[in-house]
Design a protein around this ligand. Structure first.
Ligand code: TRP
Length: 460
């Protein structure tokens, strides 16, 4: 279709908006990454720092994205172009679309593993395996030149199919069904975990802070993860915000989504650590915590097969509702800026992202010798998107709202004719003008290892 679209898609109900946005936030980040980095950085102390960043930085940046989206009613690129025509701010949007492309390519690969693990669990593959055999099974599977691609492609087709159905009939409808299922599954897993003999040690690890274990790197990872987990920094919530109607309260949405995302991360920790400790497995298993460590727990646990199946279904659902939000960033851009039909936009975007994902997947096996800056393609895309594009995007979004868009327009867009408490605006504006950009900039330098180099200079 060319020319002006008459009516732009909108989310239908309040719960629909919440389910879609929470669906975006709650993903592999909560269930796969949060528990393992909490394990690596020492448990509760890391959790407390993370909560601080969520409140002081995550929440204001999320509100900023929603404001930009709903005010402009455009995709991540078009939004800046409309609010600040012709200015360099529009490059923030291009970064976002690029980041979406890169993130979804490897996100789809990991989500594919999750689907495969549903089948491993159903056939009780790991029964009688030693921890080493379990780890080797994972390593062999991800390095295989064929099998992981099959599951990645299945996952990407599911993602594309939901997005093709549209904002209301696809994204919103599926999120409204999948998110309650996710909550039920995680609660079942939590009940199983805390009733295991010896669960207390795991809960203590998660909730009893030992600040002596907290490192500078841990603090920085907490901020980086706050961004990733809340889906900030590349325009996902600008895009979703552009579908929110004027009657909805943006502050409520931002608060509810932030709380939901954090609660699910903690619930995932509660499902995992008691089990890990009860079966005497080290909590700092790193990236492989879910795929290499948890199967050891499940094979020892009464009813392990069913809980294992449920766990990987949970992981797949969480990944799916996030993946659709990432794909929508690219699709909305293709539709509005390149004037493609939603159908062709989705098919083209999904295919290109899947192709890049295939290269990512192969880079863990037959292409593992292709390295750029000492990293496989998989690690490189993860690194560029999480350590460069997201923090930069988040920083410029905060600066845009704080210094360009300004207090008055924020108030008008958020209050919609009503009023806001004076202290709220003051606190919010200070956070987006100063606190968030400075904190993010430090994380960004760290991501590039620039801080290490500077520290080393001082130590000499
Ligand atoms: N937040 C999701 C997770 O926790 C992933 C995600 C979706 C994301 N959209 C994003 C991450 C935008 C960064 C930016 O898995």
């Amino acid at each position: 279709m060319t020319g002006q679209r008459k009516t732009r898609a909108q989310f239908g109900s309040k719960f629909g908006v919440f389910a879609a946005a929470a669906g975006s936030a709650i993903g592999l980040g909560n269930i796969w990454k949060f528990p393992y980095i909490t394990g690596v950085y020492g448990g509760a102390a890391f959790l407390f720092v993370y909560l601080g960043f969520i409140l002081a930085i995550g929440l204001p940046v999320m509100l900023s994205e929603l404001v930009i989206g709903r005010r402009s009613r455009r995709n991540a690129f078009g939004a800046f172009n409309k609010l600040a025509p012709g200015s360099p701010w529009r490059f923030i949007g291009s970064f976002g679309v690029a980041a979406a492309f890169l993130i979804l390519s490897f996100y789809g690969v990991v989500a594919g593993w999750s689907i495969k693990y549903i089948f491993f669990s159903l056939s009780n593959t790991f029964d009688g395996f030693s921890p080493l055999q379990i780890a080797e099974t994972f390593d062999a599977f991800v390095a295989d030149p064929g099998k992981p691609l099959l599951y990645q492609i299945i996952f990407m087709i599911l993602t594309g199919a939901i997005v093709i159905l549209g904002v209301h009939n696809g994204i919103e409808s599926f999120s409204k069904v999948l998110m309650p299922i996710l909550l039920i599954i995680i609660l079942i897993l939590d009940i199983r975990a805390v009733t295991l003999h010896g669960a207390g040690e795991g809960l203590r690890f998660l909730f009893h802070p030992d600040f002596s274990k907290l490192t500078f790197e841990g603090v920085l990872s907490a901020l980086g993860h706050a961004f990733f987990s809340l889906s900030l920094g590349m325009g996902t919530l600008i895009t979703y915000g552009s579908y929110v109607n004027k009657q909805n309260n943006l502050i409520n949405i931002a608060v509810q989504v932030t709380v939901a995302d954090t609660v699910v991360a903690i619930l995932a920790g509660i499902a995992i650590f008691p089990a890990v400790f009860a079966f005497h497995i080290e909590p700092d298993g790193g990236v492989g915590l879910i795929f290499k460590t948890l199967p050891n727990v499940f094979i020892q646990m009464p009813g392990g097969v069913i809980f294992s199946v449920l766990f990987f279904i949970l992981l797949t659902i969480a990944a799916l509702t996030s993946a659709i939000s990432i794909l929508e960033v690219v699709v909305a851009y293709f539709v509005e800026e390149l004037k493609l039909h939603r159908r062709s936009a989705t098919i083209i975007a999904t295919s290109l992202i899947t192709l890049l994902g295939i290269i990512c997947s192969l880079s863990l096996g037959i292409y593992s010798n292709v390295q750029v800056f000492n990293k496989t393609i998989f690690d490189l895309l993860d690194f560029i998107s999480a350590n460069i594009l997201l923090p930069l995007g988040g920083m410029f979004i905060a600066l845009f709202i704080g210094w360009f868009f300004g207090k008055f327009r924020v108030m008008r867009e958020v209050a919609q004719g009503g009023s806001l408490k004076g202290w709220f605006l003051t606190v919010f504006m200070n956070l987006v003008r100063f606190v968030a950009p400075i904190a993010i900039f430090i994380v960004f330098l760290n991501g590039l290892k620039i801080l290490d180099a500077v520290m080393a200079l001082f130590k000499r």
